[in-house]
Design a protein around this ligand. Structure first.
Ligand SMILES: Cc1cc2nc3c(=O)[nH]c(=O)nc-3n(C[C@H](O)[C@H](O)[C@H](O)COP(=O)(O)OP(=O)(O)OC[C@H]3O[C@@H](n4cnc5c(N)ncnc54)[C@H](O)[C@@H]3O)c2cc1C
Length: 416
């Protein structure tokens, strides 16, 4: 089934009876060439690109819950490539380029909206840091514009420019950044992978690894053992737990990150805005709700709900940035388990266990990375060598000291 203007019209005239399920309810086969653990955005994007770009179709994606039940269905949907460090910019820009053609590529409306991402600055020092970041971006072919106060006012006149503690001096604008509909992204990848023969097996938790002479030859699951020549982990907040089943200890901590949505209001914010004096980001969904978030909870946790102290901190940030938000009611909030690496950057690499590969450590930034992460992990699984865009995301960088510390705060996951 392909989506097109014609198919929408035909179904409108025939009682919407022509739509078929997006993917089959596959049952596990005895063995596959590749098993991917985790049916989130990264796992399904990996399966999609394995089949589409590398011709590997004897693939199963094993998901312990349902497709989209993890962070891919819980995030604040921001996509951007406004990074600064050499290891990061090419990867996130590769991802942005894939976003720009994604809907045509997998024939699904993922509501990719390049509405711009505006990072505010509130001091001379912060402006200088943004000039440096903007120059690094431009050197790598990423768009960046430094705005003064009037430039920001033209985009977002409702901000508190003269806040006594954090007056707004200007902002760094990344026009090609924006948002995408998070669950449509994972559904689009699932649909595209399934159409190319990938088995998506939901309610199938991996509980152990089958080993032969130190090599992974399959997995134990709640639906029985399944053999595999190659196994890739893409389980986000559960990375440490799943890796421990193979005897691995990862440089990753799991923390909860919360998101909040207000009641719907008329169009107000037509870009993504981040507060420079705290950790706070906000955009408006197409349904009208203001979608926002801030820091993750500072302590490790596997609970998919957050603490009140972080909620208070996020709303204080919101009030400092745009006091009129205090008149709105919060409609919903939720939490997701984040896989925070020790330098705040991801890992796409082989592990010390033969046949077992890792995609994890995505921290706050994994949604925007979904297309490139899937592409690069598929490259690694199919060819056994890192994709050039992800060449810096090696696991051994924590041993060699070649960390990619975008924020410069050292091995403190809660500060990234
Ligand atoms: C509140 C919040 C806001 C965020 N905002 C943004 C944002 O604005 N922009 C951005 O770029 N990123 C954001 N992120 C981060 C982003 O959502 C994640 O980094 C990304 O979704 C992680 O990759 P994933 O989609 O594969 O993870 P997930 O969707 O979590 O997929 C992992 C899957 O693995 C499954 N699994 C776990 N253990 C097993 C097992 N043993 N067996 C089988 N399956 C298993 C889980 O059930 C899950 O479905 C946010 C995250 C949260 C929580």
């Amino acid at each position: 089934m392909r989506f097109s203007g014609f198919s929408v019209l035909r179904n409108a005239l025939t009682g919407q009876s022509g739509w078929t399920p997006h993917w089959r309810k596959a049952s596990p086969k005895p063995a596959y060439d590749v098993i991917i653990i985790g049916g989130g955005g990264h796992g399904l994007a990996t399966a999609y690109y394995l089949a589409k770009e590398f011709g590997v179709t004897n693939v199963a994606v094993l998901e312990k819950g349902w497709v989209g039940s993890g962070n891919v269905g819980r995030n604040t949907t921001i996509i951007r490539s406004n990074y600064m460090l050499p290891g990061n910019i090419p990867f996130y820009e590769f991802s942005m380029k894939l976003w720009e053609g994604l809907e045509q590529d997998f024939n699904y409306n993922a509501m990719v909206s390049q509405r711009g991402v505006l990072n505010l600055y509130h001091s001379d020092g912060q402006r200088d840091a943004y000039v440096r970041r903007g120059n690094a971006m431009r050197l790598h072919g990423v768009d960046a514009e430094l705005l003064d106060r009037d430039g920001v006012r033209a985009i977002a006149p409702y901000l508190d420019f003269d806040n006594a503690r954090f007056p707004i001096q200007g902002g760094l604008l990344h026009r090609r950044g924006g948002t995408a509909r998070h669950d449509a992204v994972v559904w689009g990848y699932a649909r595209g992978a399934d159409a190319r023969g990938v088995d998506i097996i939901e309610n199938c938790e991996v509980t152990g690894f089958r080993m032969d002479d130190g090599r992974v030859v399959g997995v134990e699951t709640t639906r029985g053992p399944i053999g595999a020549k190659t196994v890739g982990m893409a389980v986000a907040g559960n990375s440490s737990k799943v890796a421990a089943l193979a005897g691995l200890r990862l440089p990753i901590e799991s923390h909860v990150l919360q998101a909040f949505v207000s009641e719907g209001v008329k169009p107000l914010i037509d870009t993504v805005i981040t507060f420079g004096a705290g950790h706070f980001y906000i955009s408006q969904s197409d349904k009208g709700g203001l979608v926002f978030g801030g820091d993750l909870d500072p302590f490790p946790s596997y609970a998919q709900r957050g603490s009140l102290s972080t909620f208070a901190d996020v709303t204080e940030n919101a009030m400092a940035l745009m006091p009129m938000i205090g008149r709105l009611r919060i409609l919903r909030s939720w939490g997701g388990i984040m896989d925070m690496s020790m330098d705040g950057s991801p890992i796409i690499d082989e592990t010390p266990v033969d046949g077992l590969y890792l995609n994890g450590g995505w921290c706050y930034g994994g949604f925007k990375a979904t297309p490139a992460s899937g592409f690069c992990f598929a490259h690694l699984l199919a060819r056994g060598t890192p994709h050039p865009a992800a060449a810096a995301y090696r696991l051994d960088r924590f041993a060699t000291g070649r960390v990619i510390d975008e924020k410069g705060v050292g091995p403190s996951p809660n500060l990234h």
